[in-house]
Design a protein around this ligand. Structure first.
Ligand code: SF4
Length: 303
């Protein structure tokens, strides 16, 4: 599926979450509708006859003023072909039955919910404005109405614990979402979280912890055929805007290297040999070769 992303900044959000600055995260300027439509038209022409989506990211799409939404989608539809549908990212509090009927009418096929966590205490400390139950019910409604469901989770939110992590694993197994994005939390300059961090009241995950937590989601997602489509916040954020936390420009590759290392470590070296592709070996060696060190140390102790 070809996807053309449109970033809406924090438009429509009911409140600002403690950690969020979408403008810095996306690295995108304010929406210029005329220029965006021209780019979409070009995208449609280049991908004529192929299935594709125009994706609205970055804000809470269904919380936007209805006239604005309809004007936006109406303008985009004028340049779309019959192979094009819409994908939106939105807030769990703005997906009631009426809104979902509206989405279906406007050719929205995929809905990604910024759930971030299913644990009540974590949600409260992040000022998300809903409970785990509300998030769960919103996701179920989206699925039951026949949309492709994506969920976004943020490892390392304030108040997280091994218990909240286990709760997220369980919900993921039960929900059987189609898509999952994992955005380990980083502290962005100018956010409320930065103040909390400087006051010593928040300790971000370190890079290894974030890689481990994300890698742990893979076997769970595989069990229920949930596709992990993104690891780490977009790499086009200006690194100077990150005050602390597990940011790495190739975070996804670090998680994939960890998964390859785990695959090697799962064999019994007395009985079988590990077979790795060239690409897997490259990944183990990449970014300082930490994953390769892990494998080598393990072999030194176990063979
Ligand atoms: S995290 Fe999502 S809901 Fe919260 S302010 Fe940012 S874009 Fe809005």
């Amino acid at each position: 599926m070809k996807i053309f992303p449109v970033f809406l900044g924090m438009r429509g959000c009911p409140a600002r979450c403690v950690y969020c600055d979408q403008d810095k995260i996306s690295g995108a300027p304010d929406l210029d509708l005329k220029a965006t439509i021209a780019q979409i038209q070009d995208f449609i022409t280049r991908n004529a006859g192929l299935p594709k989506q125009i994706a609205f990211y970055g804000g809470s799409f269904t919380a936007l003023d209805r006239d604005f939404r309809e004007k936006l989608l109406g303008s985009v539809l004028e340049v779309c072909d019959s192979f094009t549908s819409f994908r939106i990212s939105t807030h769990p509090l703005f997906v009631d039955h009426d809104i979902l009927d509206w989405c279906a009418k406007w050719n929205i096929k995929t809905i990604e919910l910024g759930i971030q966590d299913f644990n009540d205490e974590v949600l409260k400390q992040s000022c998300r404005g809903y409970t785990g139950k509300q998030a769960w019910e919103a996701a179920v409604r989206v699925k039951e109405k026949g949309f492709e469901l994506g969920i976004q989770l943020m490892p390392g939110l304030p108040g997280w614990s091994p218990t909240s992590l286990a709760e997220n694993h369980t919900r993921l197994l039960e929900l059987k979402a189609d898509l999952l994005r994992l955005y380990p939390l980083v502290v962005i300059r100018g956010t409320a979280l930065e103040k909390i961090f400087h006051a010593g009241q928040y300790k971000p995950l370190d890079l290894d912890e974030a890689v481990t937590q994300c890698a742990d989601y893979f076997p769970i997602a595989e069990q229920v055929r949930t596709r992990i489509i993104k690891l780490g916040i977009p790499s086009n954020i200006d690194a100077k805007e990150i005050v602390a936390g597990p940011w790495h420009p190739a975070f996804g590759e670090l998680v994939k290297a960890e998964l390859i290392a785990r695959k090697v470590l799962s064999i019994n070296p007395q009985e079988e040999a590990a077979t790795l592709s060239r690409e897997e070996i490259r990944m183990l060696k990449a970014h300082g070769g930490k994953a390769l060190d892990k494998v080598q140390k393990w072999f030194e102790h176990n063979t």
